[in-house]
Write a protein that binds this ligand. Structure first.
Ligand code: SF4
Length: 478
């Protein structure tokens, strides 16, 4: 356990992939002996401690390097292991306490796996020499903040932001003048849009999928297909998108970081775009711990959702792969991200969301909203950060089919909490529970659509696709 923060180590320390020289191995040992107890360092060899308030983010079971997932429990514990605090929550808290919160906005790179387990102190020494040892010492002792930051960054930014990444804290607006999809076009035109989700089938037969897509087709602008939600294998999002495209329904391809690597991500984007898929939603994905047994690997994410946004945006706007190769015909895309407005305090959540927008998110689809009145504080924080005019927000609404579904969402789905009054209404509705669920959804839509900053609704049907027609019609959204 680190002596400076309240979390237990989760991931094992990384080890080098190849045998290093004795001197480097010795240095790595000394580094681990110091940084392990003090910062909780896992020896990822791609040090980011400067930007993460000197708490090692590699203690996060998912290996997230750009902020928390939406699954923090109300006690601010990690949902993968509820016996310990979310490490990212600790990083956010300390950053705010020490006035370093703006550092959290820098988009940090994925691991260069060839460096894992190796020392970084040697790199620091090399960079200090390059900058000039005397100049460096003068700079860090200087009271001039600008001088200090400049010399500090010339050493540490060079280490944490390699040339193949060069992440920053800036907003990068999309460069395409014409909208990439119908969804983007309607949002640009100021229309209040409705997107929905059709549940991918468990079988290889797509008849039910086709029926469900046809049922929602007249009432929505776009249809999302989840990427094995709750870590449960189903028909892939890409296949479902292809089926939807063939039916002239605009799909939103969801890609979960849990099951992708940087290679798979880039090839999927190119392939999907060649099939005419123009909307993509990047999510971290539920950890394997909530999926069926036997439990798959819970600990490594090759690229997190913010890194996915950054990579995809660069593919589209700069026409390059992560390794710098040119893409002759870059993909045309409307890029989205998921957000969980109530996962953390609004101030903290807004930092994470701003980072997503800076990285490339043009639209958000929120986690399920059951207390729309609580959206105000989050929207206000986004507004303070000047994010609201840079992203379209679709509020996530789910009609509850039964009290059992309500209980399941409340207790089993990471990041979703239903207030007492809604659970009570569903329980007391008895045989009329499905009707009560529809009424609750209509009330939430009514409230959410009046809010400045909400540009549409994302109806998550949870397998109840037939209800879309009624909700959209009764909410006056046709
Ligand atoms: S998996 Fe999510 S909840 Fe757990 S430490 Fe990582 S960011 Fe926090």
């Amino acid at each position: 356990m680190s002596s400076l923060k309240p979390a237990r180590r989760w991931q094992p320390a990384f080890y080098p992939f190849k045998k290093e020289k004795f001197s480097r191995r010795l240095l790595a040992r000394i580094e681990l002996a110091f940084k392990g107890p003090v910062f909780g360092c896992r020896m990822c060899g791609n040090c980011l401690l400067q930007e993460t308030a000197f708490i090692c983010p590699m203690e996060c079971p998912k290996g997230l390097r750009n902020g928390p997932c939406g699954g923090v429990t109300p006690e601010k514990n990690c949902y993968v292991d509820e016996t310990r605090k979310c490490i990212w929550y600790a990083i956010y808290k300390r950053s705010i306490k020490t006035g370093r919160q703006e550092k959290l906005l820098e988009v940090l790179p994925p691991l260069d796996w060839s460096k894992t387990g190796t020392e970084t102190w040697g790199d620091v020494v090399r960079q200090v020499r390059k900058a000039g040892t005397g100049k460096f010492i003068n700079g860090v002792l200087s009271r001039d903040r600008e001088k200090y930051n400049k010399i500090w960054d010339s050493v540490f930014k060079t280490i944490r932001q390699p040339e193949w990444w060069e992440g920053d804290s800036e907003y990068h607006p999309a460069l395409n003048k014409e909208p990439a999809s119908k969804l983007e076009s309607k949002l640009r035109n100021g229309e209040f849009v409705v997107a929905t989700e059709v549940t991918p089938p468990l079988s290889a037969n797509s008849l039910k999928l086709i029926r469900d897509i046809d049922a929602v087709k007249p009432f929505v602008t776009a249809v999302n297909f989840t990427d094995s939600s709750s870590a449960n294998p189903k028909m892939s999002s890409l296949s479902c998108c292809k089926v939807a495209n063939d039916l002239n329904v605009e799909p939103v391809l969801q890609i979960a970081a849990r099951d992708t690597t940087r290679t798979a991500l880039q090839s999927t984007i190119i392939g999907a775009n060649s099939m005419g898929i123009r909307n993509v939603l990047c999510v971290t994905g539920d950890n394997a711990i909530v999926g069926p047994s036997p439990t798959a690997s819970m600990n490594f994410v090759d690229v997190d959702s913010i890194q996915m946004l950054w990579i995809i945006r660069k593919m589209r706007d700069e026409g390059i792969y992560l390794d710098g190769r040119k893409i002759k015909s870059p993909p045309r895309l409307f890029i989205g991200a998921a957000t969980s407005p109530f996962a953390a305090e609004p101030e903290l959540q807004a930092i994470r969301d701003q980072k997503k927008v800076n990285a490339g998110a043009q639209f958000f689809q929120t986690n399920l909203i059951f207390e729309p009145e609580k959206l105000d504080a989050w929207l206000e924080q986004l507004d303070r950060r000047n994010v609201l005019d840079k992203v379209y927000i679709l509020a996530g609404v789910a009609p509850l089919k039964s009290f059992k579904v309500a209980q399941y969402l409340h207790t089993k789905v990471p990041g979703v909490y239903l207030p007492e009054n809604i659970l009570k209404r569903m329980e007391e509705a008895g045989d009329g529970e499905a009707e009560e669920g529809i009424q609750i959804a209509l009330e939430i839509i009514e409230s959410a659509r009046k809010k400045n900053g909400i540009n549409g609704i994302h109806l998550m049907t949870l397998g109840w696709e037939e209800v879309v027609e009624r909700i959209v019609t009764e909410a006056g959204l046709v």
